[in-house]
Ligand binder design. Structure first.
Ligand code: FES
Length: 425
């Protein structure tokens, strides 16, 4: 029996939380099989009959849209003797037929066919549909599931984070994104909690990125200036483990957006760039420049497993104490000129893909972290940077970008979950 309150202190944590198999098993039960966990985006199953298979921890799920258009999240487990009924990652089907003995379920999860039924004395098909995950919720098109019958609503769990999900999709003039440009997948030998919002590592782990940016920008490049203790950039604790980095220097740097002409702020001065800007002004009026700034500013971790970073959606799947899968999806904007989305894919490939200049260095350092943590003669890790973040009006806590505000926010939510105290509300 682990005494969790002995492992987390206000300014340090015990390394067993990253290496212990017993703690990992408890994390699955107390966090991933209980809290609201992101499973899919609505755009992955746009049509009736569309489905996608996803994972929460060790449990595989089918996220499906029925012929009536309803989204369902089902455990991928036949009600006969338990075989997984669907092994494709994506598809469209009117039914799922179990490969073992042929029991067949429709896209709403109902059992609709059983071979040779006469040998059953009694078989009430209406009670033998695929088991549904007890609770499903959607926020800005992001589908979440909770395996707990009861608990805080999705709205209560997301709290301040919901507004940032909305900001992310409002990069589209119609407020819609589509995850249609493929998935970058990787598995690393490290703990799932390493994949966080860390504004302290950038100038060191991402030296290659800075070298390349400097080569491109020339001698006037202010190398790494946004990632120091003197930067106007910030780290935020949004409550319930959700946290973010603000890399635009909130209210201090105009990020190149002047009035409603954002051309030059990453939006190309081309006919497509102007068409995009015009449609944003058409949708959001005088707020268009601010909407664009906020949509470019999203750098958020929705605890425990979803991150929105730049133009991408990143999903974290814990597989073992020392093994984690990360899936990254470039988010395409609906109703924009094609070249705007091409630019988003290029930027994703540059930093976030498995063969990019950014993510491989993160993965390398995560694996070194896991190696280092095995040598636990002195097991405590220091999380003491910026211990007194400032509260802002909406209840968030804000520190310098290099502060360990996000790490402490996550550890605090983790401790509440592991001691069954729940969301802070
Ligand atoms: Fe599925 Fe038998 S296990 S039909």
């Amino acid at each position: 029996m682990v005494e969790y309150s002995a492992l987390i202190e206000p300014d340090r944590v015990h390394s067993a939380i990253f290496t212990s198999d017993e703690i990992f098993a408890d994390e699955l039960e107390r966090i991933f099989y209980k809290y609201w966990v992101y499973v899919a985006h609505e755009s992955e199953i746009p049509e009736p009959g569309d489905y996608a298979t996803k994972w929460i921890g060790e449990k595989q799920l089918i996220v499906s849209r029925s012929k009536d258009g309803e989204v369902g999240v089902f455990y991928n487990r036949c009600r006969h003797r338990g075989a997984a009924v669907c092994m494709e990652e994506y598809g469209n089907a009117t039914f799922f037929r179990c490969p073992y003995h042929g029991w067949t379920y429709n896209s709403a999860g109902d059992l609709v066919g059983v071979p040779y039924p006469s040998r059953y004395a009694e078989l009430d098909k209406s009670t033998l549909g695929l088991a549904q995950v007890p609770r499903i919720g959607v926020s800005s098109g992001f589908i979440f599931a909770s395996m707990a019958e009861e608990g805080p609503t999705l709205e209560e769990h997301l709290g301040l984070a919901a507004g940032f999900l909305e900001d992310f999709v409002k990069a589209s003039p119609t407020g819609k994104i589509t995850l249609s440009a493929g998935t970058s997948k990787s598995v690393f030998h490290g703990n799932w909690k390493f994949v966080g919002m860390d504004g302290y590592h950038t100038n060191f782990t991402h030296k290659t990125v800075l070298d390349l940016r400097q080569r491109k920008a020339g001698p006037n490049f202010q190398r790494g200036a946004g990632n120091t203790d003197k930067s106007a950039n910030e780290s935020w604790d949004l409550g319930n483990g959700h946290c973010r980095l603000d890399l635009t220097g909130r209210d201090k740097i105009a990020v190149g957006v002047a009035g409603n002409t954002a051309i030059g702020a990453g939006i190309p001065d081309t006919p497509d760039g102007h068409a995009y800007m015009d449609s944003m002004v058409g949708s959001y009026g005088d707020d268009a420049a601010d909407v664009i700034r906020k949509s470019r500013d999203v750098h958020i971790h929705v605890w425990p497993n979803l991150q929105l970073i730049g133009a991408s959606v990143r999903v974290i799947r814990p597989m073992a104490a020392g093994r984690t899968e990360v899936l990254s999806y470039p988010a395409m904007l609906d109703d924009v000129p094609e070249s705007i989305n091409t630019t988003r894919i290029r930027s994703f490939e540059w930093f976030s893909g498995v063969a990019s200049f950014g993510t491989p260095d993160d993965v390398e350092v995560f694996e070194r972290n896991q190696i280092g943590l095995q040598s636990d003669y002195i097991p405590w890790l220091v999380l003491a940077r910026g211990l007194t973040p400032e509260p802002v009006d909406d209840g968030a806590l804000v520190g310098n970008v290099t502060d360990e505000v996000p790490q402490r926010a996550q550890m605090s939510a983790w401790l509440r979950a592991m001691t069954n105290e729940g969301d802070r509300g």
